[in-house]
Design a protein around this ligand. Structure first.
Ligand code: PLP
Length: 413
């Protein structure tokens, strides 16, 4: 444990090789943003690109833009950029739909590859949409299909010969516990099942190596660590060895072998392309496409190293300076098993988080009692971490968090 103070924090910033990347983001003055794991901030260049797209491409070129401005290639151009960040081949990733919809497609495909097995296994504490989509698919299929809820930290214990596919979020959204993708993929394969990795809290947060882990399928969000903007489209990965073996059920015209032949029957395109359903949201995709350039020349290993240092510092400081106020660490102390976030339990988690947000320290609250703080090394400094804990200390010591207005629950927490 290091003895942090403001001088030590500033010294760490001066030695930080990633500090220069902060200029790639437009952050409001005075805000300490610890929620880039939920909605990434605005990267430099997005505003200009969207204006250009609206003022020139949409307004002037109109429908000609699909060809003239390569709109048609956007799902693949973005896919190629994300592929590099998650250890996939360029033609194994496509930007499409939402994470929820991509989970549906990947699970459906995986089930077809294991026709003699009828269980989808997923952790009981998984992000709700992951569980709900699995349940919806299982109901839709009828028969003996079912969803089995397993343990996130020991998923293998819940897997037997009935399990066709395991849907795992690599980094738990509440606790930040990170699974060893290589070891767990291997263990799942040893049991004869397939795996869908949800990279919502992995892609853009630390190095991911899907191919190195021999992963089967993966999905992830465009608006979290990838900073693509509110509701940005998601990505989907299918290992090349599976791509042409089965069809996914949302067989829209853009996944057809020849969409502009307008045939009366569906024939899937080859490769990753068959996972596209309909027309892409071009404004959102253009935003994500430019946002990803914020990672240009960034070494993800360095991002992980700094993230671990920021998280360790935050844990040390909350425990040493706010220890008397009842915060209980929900995240593991083992940096190797942790995503890029730190969570604390606190019975008054909701009003405390609202009080922090009112002081421009933005994290979020996850029921029932978790204060969640995301650490994004490209734009956060060690001084930010120092200041965030200083403000938390002030709020707790003064009792300022316990105002009526901080107890009122908003629709989005
Ligand atoms: C954020 C998140 C999602 C979001 O899915 P959407 O379809 O984009 O709403 C899904 N899964 C996990 C694990 C998440 O953290």
């Amino acid at each position: 444990m290091k003895n942090w103070d403001l001088t030590a924090a500033r010294a760490a910033d001066r030695k930080d090789d990633l500090a220069r990347f902060r200029s790639r983001f437009e952050l409001p003055d005075g805000v300490i943003y610890l929620d880039g794991n939920s909605l990434g901030p605005l990267p430099v260049g997005v505003r200009e690109r969207i204006s250009e797209l609206i003022d020139n491409e949409w307004r002037n070129s109109l429908i000609r833009s699909w060809n003239a401005h390569d709109w048609s290639d956007l799902p693949f151009e973005i896919g190629r950029k994300i592929a590099k960040m998650i250890g996939a081949e360029a033609d194994e990733v496509v930007c499409v739909d939402s994470t929820s919809i991509n989970i549906f497609k990947n699970l459906s495909t995986a089930l077809q590859l294991r026709p003699d097995r009828q269980v989808i296994a997923t952790p009981k504490g998984n992000f709700p949409t992951d569980i709900y989509i699995a349940e919806g698919l299982s109901k839709q299929l009828g028969g003996n299909y079912s969803v089995r809820l397993i343990d996130h930290e020991d998923p293998i214990a819940g897997i037997d010969d009935d399990v066709a596919v395991v849907l795992l979020t690599q980094t738990d959204y509440r606790t930040g516990y990170k699974l060893d993708m290589t070891a767990i993929t291997q263990a799942i394969h040893d049991k004869g099942a397939l795996v869908v990795w949800d990279l919502a809290h992995s892609a853009g947060a630390f190095p991911v190596d899907l191919n190195g882990a021999k992963a089967d399928f993966a999905v992830g969000c465009g608006y979290k660590y990838l900073n693509g903007g509110p509701g940005a489209p998601a990505f989907l990965y299918v290992a090349k060895r599976h791509q042409n073996l089965v069809e996914q059920p949302l067989a829209g015209w853009h996944g057809h072998a020849e969409p502009f032949a307008f045939e009366s029957h569906y024939r899937p395109a080859d490769g990753i392309l068959r996972n596209i359903c309909g027309t892409s949201p071009i404004l959102s995709m253009a935003s994500l496409n430019v946002a990803l350039d914020a990672f240009e020349g960034v070494d993800m290993q360095m991002v992980q190293n700094k993230s671990q240092a920021l998280c360790d510092m935050f844990i040390d400081l909350v425990e040493s300076r706010c220890g008397e106020f009842g915060f209980v660490l929900a995240t593991t102390r083992d940096a190797g098993r942790r995503g890029s976030q730190v969570s604390f339990h606190h019975e008054n988690g909701y009003p405390i988080m609202q009080a922090l947000i009112a002081r421009d320290v933005i994290g979020d609250f996850r029921a029932p009692d978790i204060l969640r703080f995301g650490f994004t090394p490209l734009y956060l400094s060690f001084e930010d971490v120092w200041n965030a804990v200083e403000i938390l200390h002030q709020i707790m010591e003064s009792g300022n968090w316990d105002q009526e207005r901080f107890h009122i629950r908003a629709a989005v927490t």
